[in-house]
Design a protein around this ligand. Sequence first.
Ligand SMILES: NC(=O)C1=CN([C@@H]2O[C@H](COP(=O)(O)OP(=O)(O)OC[C@H]3O[C@@H](n4cnc5c(N)ncnc54)[C@H](O)[C@@H]3O)[C@@H](O)[C@H]2O)C=CC1
Ligand SMILES: O=C(O)C(=O)COP(=O)(O)O
Length: 392
Amino acid sequence: MYKVLTYDNIAVTGLERLPRDRYEVASEIQHPDAILLRSFDLKGVTIPDSVRCIGRAGAGVNNIPVADCSRRGIPVFNTPGANANAVKEIVVAGMLLAARHICEAWDFTRSLAGDDAALAQAVERNKKNFVGTELAGKTLGVLGLGAVGVGVANAAVSLGMNVTGFDPALTVERAWQLSAAVSRAGSTDDLIAHADFISLHVPLNGETRNMIDAGRLGSVKKGAVLLNFSRAGIVDEVAVRAALEHDRLSAYVSDFPTARLMGVKGTILLPHLGASTVEAEDNCAVMIADQIRDFLENGNIRNSVNYPTVEMPRCHPHRIGVANENIPNMVSQISAALGEAGLNILELLNKSRGEYAYTLIDLDTEVPPAVLDRIANIRGVLSVHPLLAHRP
Ligand SMILES: NC(=O)C1=CN([C@@H]2O[C@H](COP(=O)(O)OP(=O)(O)OC[C@H]3O[C@@H](n4cnc5c(N)ncnc54)[C@H](O)[C@@H]3O)[C@@H](O)[C@H]2O)C=CC1
Ligand SMILES: O=C(O)C(=O)COP(=O)(O)O
């Protein structure tokens, strides 16, 4: 039995991809083979030695100690694009909430009482307080043109907005998806200085933390709207607060409420709802369950954030998967350990990514525990697992 420890709500449609006769899935479980989670903060948790992989049903992995996992030979998976449409839609909603003062207007309406005539009178008398602006013709700057950013940029084009984008590592795939009407900003600063709406779609990491700081906010167009559906830490909240208080920003729409911004005029704070649609939760859960199952059973790696893509069709029953440092002589030492034990290699695939590599080896017979131990003890080997073929 494979044991899968879950944190957060993982959609049942996804969990059903892990057959009950082979998988035990629970939120409390001893010696898990895999951890499945969404935004739960795994950085404060000791990851048991039994864990072979971690699956994030979603995009951001800033809640996972990825570097530690890499050193332990644990691939971390995510689900690129699986929730991007949901985020795109809520960003469009966020622009409209800000541009049309919908939150204040809704607060006003809820405060009303009386009969139809009284309500109509109050409505007509007060609607001038909520006059907004239209999105069409305004400029949206999209920072980060990945799965979400491209969706937001294209949606904004279809709403009649002028859209500029910036992404120093734009992939060819995303470039193909991006509307030709989206112009390319020369830099983050350039994008920020010319936009009426600025939407952040970068991952939170050492490079992006606090990237929207006082200096950059000082150069935004007066009255610009900042939308943050990425992570709280991408903006310097002290600077955002000051920009709101000085009317430099007219609104800050964020999916990440924090104590510093609660109640500050101009903030529209949502409870991390970007990916909370039935469709996105299903997409993410199905994708991650399939990926961790293929890894646990076949050693195949697809959509890992720290290990290379390694996929070898399963034609033989006896296979091992080895995670190792990307240093000379690894494959030769591993194959020597197998050869000296009289085991014949049928197929071998080795791929590397940065400091790490992963090797899949199909053999003509089962690898005895002593040989697995020998491989595990080779300097630079980080994890080794036998992968027994299951009947379909
Ligand atoms: N609010 C929510 O519920 C959700 C939030 N997110 C957040 O949005 C982020 C982006 O999600 P996806 O688009 O799916 O990820 P993605 O990986 O497809 O796209 C991220 C893009 O940001 C770019 N990038 C990285 N550093 C950059 C920088 N310094 N300047 C400009 N571009 C930079 C990358 O090249 C990449 O193209 C996630 O990392 C996560 O933090 C994602 C999904 C749901
Ligand atoms: O996918 C992401 O990065 C998200 O922020 C979505 O988080 P969630 O799955 O809703 O906890």
